[in-house]
Design a protein. Structure first.
Length: 181
């Protein structure tokens, strides 16, 4: 989505164009690396291209200049950006914290589905409580509340992560002698 404006959030900016980068193979969340390039030529034509770094898949769009913005509209856009700067920054921070929390929740949930047998019932309950608290903060908290819940969830899963690593190392080394390592 190509937008124009001075605000932190896309919803508060002017939409110029949209295009889709198709043909990217399924990847884990956050694994895709997209390089976006913007170029404006002498006639004001904006060219936007996106390329997925590992596969080389590309998409491109040209946005023709729009002369529909007069000075008063531009001035109002700038005033709005100053007026809403703190609110926009808080909302952006909250959104970023939410994305991080959801990613961690998904990873912990997946790990529990695979290796829950490594944990006692009490250990599982501690992690489950931390998961539920993090989900509650996503629904109701501000950015700092969400970051605090993430920290607590990470702390609650430290021992679980160590147990998982030990199991995986043990599996990798099983049946090998010292010379093979």
């Amino acid at each position: 989505h190509v937008v124009q404006g001075e605000r932190e959030l896309v919803a508060d900016c002017r939409s110029l164009a949209q295009f889709t980068l198709r043909g990217i193979p399924p990847m884990a969340a956050g694994a895709a690396r997209i390089r976006v390039t913007f170029q404006v030529d002498a006639d004001g034509l904006l060219s936007v291209s996106a390329r997925e770094q590992t596969t080389g898949v590309q998409a491109h769009i040209e946005v023709k200049p729009s002369y529909g913005l007069d000075d008063s509209v531009i001035t109002q856009m700038l005033k709005d950006s100053f007026t809403h700067a703190q609110t926009d920054a808080r909302q952006r921070a909250r959104t970023e914290a939410t994305v991080e929390a959801e990613s961690i929740i998904a990873a912990v949930t997946n790990a529990l589905s695979i290796d829950a047998d490594l944990l006692s019932h009490d250990e599982q309950q501690v992690i489950q409580t931390a998961l539920e608290h993090t989900q509650q903060q996503i629904r109701q908290g501000d950015a700092q509340d969400i970051r605090d819940a993430i920290h607590a969830l990470n702390h609650a899963t430290d021992e679980f992560a160590a147990k998982r690593m030990n199991r995986n190392i043990q599996r990798a080394l099983q049946g090998k002698n010292v010379r093979e390592i």
